[in-house]
Ligand binder design. Sequence first.
Ligand SMILES: Nc1ncnc2c1ncn2[C@@H]1O[C@H](COP(=O)(O)OP(=O)(O)OP(=O)(O)O)[C@@H](O)[C@H]1O
Length: 266
Amino acid sequence: MEAKSGREDTAPGPTAYDRAQQPLVVEDLSYAYGKRQALSENSFSLTPGRVTALLGPNGAGKTTLFSLITGLFDSRRGEIEIAGHKLRSNRSKALSQLGIVFQAQTLDLDLTVDQNLRYFAALRGLSRTAARERIAVLLNQIDLAGHARTKVRNLSGGERRRVEVARALIDQPAVLLLDEPSTGLDIATRRWLIEHLHYLAKEEGICVFLATHLVDEVAPEDDLIVLNKGIIVARGKVDDVVRSAGAATLDEAFTRLTIAPEEQSP
Ligand SMILES: Nc1ncnc2c1ncn2[C@@H]1O[C@H](COP(=O)(O)OP(=O)(O)OP(=O)(O)O)[C@@H](O)[C@H]1O
């Protein structure tokens, strides 16, 4: 038994993440839909224990980038490495270190919370005992321990999103990827989500990568990547991005970085 993950040594679970590795490295990544270039030669790496916001307006290429990182799309141009494993040559090990929360809701509405999580745990190779222990921890963490036997259909949108965050963490991935996860959530749940992501980064050392087009979802202490028309136009600490854009606030910096001068109001 591996004390930290709660996995049984007989279970064929994913390999443990070597914390010395960078959780996510992207090099020279490009992608085109036919003749339409959606991403152009982007490179960056992420740090464990931090939230990195991928901030970009509609159509910037955020979902395309996430589709490449999650292996949904394939690009011959560029390289993606997750927790030291190259996605192209070591796909299953690379993807085993990735937890994903998609923009659209993806739980089975007719299964209970516990059944949804157990099903996913089995897919990720956890033994029944390890799954039971891990699910108990995660349900406590998202404050839904009392809803284990509730059908997902009977949960609110915010509760469903919490379950999706728990599910993404079932086998303790190095990277948690979230594609505009606050879509459709009320303000209180949005606030909970953003706070929870920071808790996961700080207390559990997870590398959180959050795609958003909302400036107010970026915390002052976050790392920031600003994507516009398929190109990273700024990257660094929030303060540094604001300063180098010659702006007073992130809102202003985002406008300067993503809106053509002729479109900006005087
Ligand atoms: N299946 C597709 N076929 C052709 N073009 C596409 C397809 N999907 C996306 N695109 C184009 O690629 C570019 C990037 O789109 P993408 O969905 O990755 O952006 P995004 O930043 O996720 O936007 P949003 O915030 O609206 O979800 C856009 O110009 C978009 O029109």
